[in-house]
Design a protein around this ligand. Structure first.
Ligand code: PMP
Ligand code: GLU
Length: 396
């Protein structure tokens, strides 16, 4: 069989390192090695009962036919109400497209917006799939490095410095996966002041961790003056509602972009799963209070993890204000030897932790920051304590 017959497109695509590390951890577990997986960003809660009930009802009510390609009308209305209620965003149903996860929403956007050579600004660290989705669509990711010392946020000056005539978009997440940083309204206003000088640039605001936000008031960049017509707001139910497997994401976007995404989806998926869409209506119509118990648990674990990290020598960390990741800078270990193994970079360090602490993490390289590793704390307190005890022991 000719295994060289795959397309250049797929040969050039990297595998998702979050999913790859999760698969590796599962493989080692299957061999009987007791791995604690802090690799995949996925709530350890079950989907709340009121959402499951809505799905069961949808099955009984025979929601079994193809749904509209861009989503059920009442779901799109519920999304508009949610955007108004939580984000002060004024979208109409014609601005909304429901997709098979926020990941597909992002892929749709890249496909409908980017021509070959178009530049997309990515404040780094950025979520693992952005760069590959952009490349897959012919775009060129332009990374803007940040560090733990600036809470991994970019400044207006940094943004201005990377804009070129080829800049088409900027993509970012707040709360950020992997750093947990949350941009305040004032910080976003500073970035918007720069963007005002470049009206051709569109912004993708990935707000999938919006509800998992511990400190400051949440601000959607699309709600700021002048940004409504140039922002694509991406969200989904995976994280806040513990619905990763249900695969529902959505966008609010200028109508011409929403229409283009619908056209694309009409050729590739015919729309998102009907039962999951009905369940999503229940999720979005509920008061965010209903999921507060999960947010509270994540916040407690954030505090626990900060305490545990402070006991690990040589790790430097920001205090994440949202999402459920810690992103320590572990570069003080680079160039050193641990148990006879030379640690050259974050990937070596992450592999060392897998082998010697039996803890799965993800290298910061996957997120555009080669000094850090990412740990998801969306797991039980006991496992977190055990994981950090094992990490600490492995580093002496
Ligand atoms: N954006 C970010 C920042 C994420 O962490 C994830 C993780 N899944 C996604 C998008 C994709 O979400 P979904 O599971 O809805 O595809
Ligand atoms: N978003 C999660 C993460 O970053 C899930 C994995 C993925 O979708 O790649 O770990």
């Amino acid at each position: 069989m000719n295994t060289n017959s795959l397309s250049e497109r797929i040969n050039n695509l990297s595998v998702s390192q979050t999913l790859a590390m999760a698969a590796k951890a599962r493989e080692l577990k299957a061999q009987g090695i007791d791995i604690i997986s802090l690799s995949l960003g996925e709530p350890d809660f079950n989907t709340p009962d009121f959402i499951k009930e809505a799905a069961k009802k949808a099955i009984d009510e025979n929601y079994s036919a193809y749904p509209p390609v861009d989503g059920y009308d009442d779901l799109k209305k519920a999304i508009c109400n949610k955007f108004k209620r939580d984000n002060n965003l004024n979208y109409q149903p014609s601005n909304i497209v429901v997709s098979t996860g926020a990941k597909q929403s992002l892929y749709n956007i890249a496909q409908v917006m980017l021509n070959d050579g178009d530049e997309v600004i990515l404040p780094a660290p950025y979520w693992v799939s952005y760069a590959e989705i952009i490349r897959l669509s012919g775009g060129v990711p332009v990374e803007v490095p940040t560090s733990v010392d600036t809470d991994f946020k970019i400044t207006a000056e940094q943004l201005r410095a990377v804009i070129t005539p080829k800049t088409k978009m900027m993509w970012f997440s707040s709360p950020c996966n992997p750093s947990g940083s949350v941009y305040s309204k004032a910080e976003l206003e500073n970035l918007v002041a720069v963007l005002k000088d470049f009206p051709q640039i569109f912004v993708v605001s990935d707000e999938i961790y919006e509800h998992i936000n511990y400190t400051i008031d949440y601000c959607s960049i699309g709600s700021l003056a002048g940004m409504e017509d140039r922002t694509i707001t991406v969200n989904g139910v995976a994280k806040a509602f513990a619905m990763t497997g249900w695969r529902i994401g959505y966008i609010g976007a200028p109508e011409f972009i929403a229409k283009a995404c619908t056209k694309l989806q009409g050729q590739v998926t015919s729309g998102a799963n009907s039962i999951a869409q009905r369940a999503t209506i229940a999720a979005l119509e509920a008061s965010p209070e209903k999921i507060q118990y999960m947010v509270e648990a994540f916040k407690k674990r954030r505090d626990l993890v900060m305490q545990l990290i402070s006991e690990i020598p040589g790790w430097k960390v920001n205090v994440p204000e949202g999402a459920f990741y810690a992103f320590p800078d572990v570069s003080s270990y680079f160039g050193k030897e641990l148990k006879g193994k030379k640690i050259n970079n974050a990937t070596d360090f992450s592999m060392y932790l897998l082998e010697h602490a039996n803890v799965a993490t993800v290298t910061g390289d996957a997120f555009g920051n080669p000094n850090c590793i990412r740990l998801s704390y969306a797991t039980s307190d006991d496992l977190l304590v055990n994981a950090f005890t094992q990490i600490k022991e492995s580093l002496v």
